[in-house]
Design a protein around this ligand. Structure first.
Ligand code: CUA
Length: 334
């Protein structure tokens, strides 16, 4: 069974933040919740008291004596909520300022990772710009690898967010707040974590039929593991002598109009779909909805519409042999 990879809801819980922006957001949420909770309790208590204390008595036929307003009380219940709202505005603004910082310029040895995130219907493109001041320049999709802080250094991650089509929203609750990806506009967000692990997220702005299947996986790793992954991603695609027939089958199909596989003189330079150069280094397919196994890959290539109706990759009705060859080639792209 191809269960969704969202296996652990705790990986999604905004109440267990693992990054400073997510912590600030949690703190504001608790403050608002506490104030709203206190108001709720006070109002309900007064309401219950009045209902019981002033209920119509069995014997009394007449209305109780009526009051027509009290200036001091009216001033008090106008001023108190205004004051509460004012305090909430101040606290929220302070949090917004601490969360929405402009990204700094990358510089040598800063430990910072800069990635441009592009929202597509219905997948995430990650263009790795620079790390620790060194230029990168490769793209991957759906699974964002980032380094964690270590004893030597903090390793913040700065994301530049754009959209290729409609509005999307990048939300990994344990790392940072929602940030929209809007056509014709660039937004920014950042996070930093010291806890290695997988952080899950989700597109948080309705963007079409497969909005719900636009999942995010952030893989936070110790710097040495991250750098190993980075070095592999920067390499061209592996050349497996046993998969040459499959490679020829892949290159002969129209897949190359939408997908990139980097190798010398590669005709596969499409940018409309995910870069497949290191496809097998990802744990999931189709933006997090399927485990990346050869069987699922086979099924996906045979008919993407089965798992993601309406997705922009059509079924190419390849013959069984060509498809098997292609999948065996794709399965070598580690
Ligand atoms: Cu992208 Cu919802």
């Amino acid at each position: 069974m191809n269960a969704l990879l969202l296996a652990h809801t705790e990986d999604l819980c905004m109440f267990s933040p693992a990054s400073p922006p997510a912590e600030s957001i949690r703190d504001v949420s608790f403050l608002v919740l506490a104030i709203a909770g206190a108001i709720f309790l006070i109002v309900e208590a007064v309401l219950l008291y009045c209902i019981i204390r002033f209920r119509r008595k069995a014997k009394a036929g007449n209305e109780p004596p009526q009051f027509y307003g009290s200036k001091p009380i009216e001033i008090a219940w106008t001023a108190a909520p205004a004051l509460i709202v004012f305090v909430l505005v101040l606290v929220t603004t302070r949090t917004l300022w601490s969360v929405n910082v402009d990204p700094p310029e990358p510089r040598e040895g800063d430990g910072a990772l800069f990635v441009t995130v592009i929202g597509h219907q219905w997948w995430w493109e990650y263009q790795y710009e620079s790390y620790n001041g060194k230029k990168l320049g490769f793209a991957t999709s759906n699974e964002l690898h980032v380094p964690v802080d270590d004893a030597q250094q903090r390793r913040p991650v700065y994301l530049k967010l754009k959209s290729a089509d409609v509005c999307h929203s990048f939300w990994v609750p344990r790392l940072a707040g929602k940030t929209d990806l809007l056509p014709g506009r660039t937004n920014h967000t950042w996070f930093r974590t010291a806890e290695p692990g997988v952080y899950l997220g989700q597109c948080a702005e309705y963007c079409g039929t497969q909005h719900a299947k636009m999942l995010i996986r952030v893989i936070a790793e110790p710097p040495t593991d991250f750098e190993k992954w980075l070095a592999n991603e920067q390499q061209p695609a592996v050349e497996d002598a046993a998969a040459q027939k499959g490679k020829a089958a892949f290159v002969a199909q129209s897949c190359i109009n939408c997908h990139t596989v980097r190798f010398p003189n590669s005709p596969a330079k499409g940018t409309f779909g995910p870069d497949l150069t290191h496809l097998m280094s990802r744990a999931s397919l189709a933006s997090g909805i399927l485990r990346n196994t050869p069987e699922n890959l086979h099924e996906w290539v045979a008919d993407p519409q089965k798992h993601k109706p309406g997705c922009l990759m059509p079924a190419f009705s390849l013959n069984e042999d060509d498809r098997a060859q292609m999948v065996s080639y794709l399965s070598t792209l580690r």
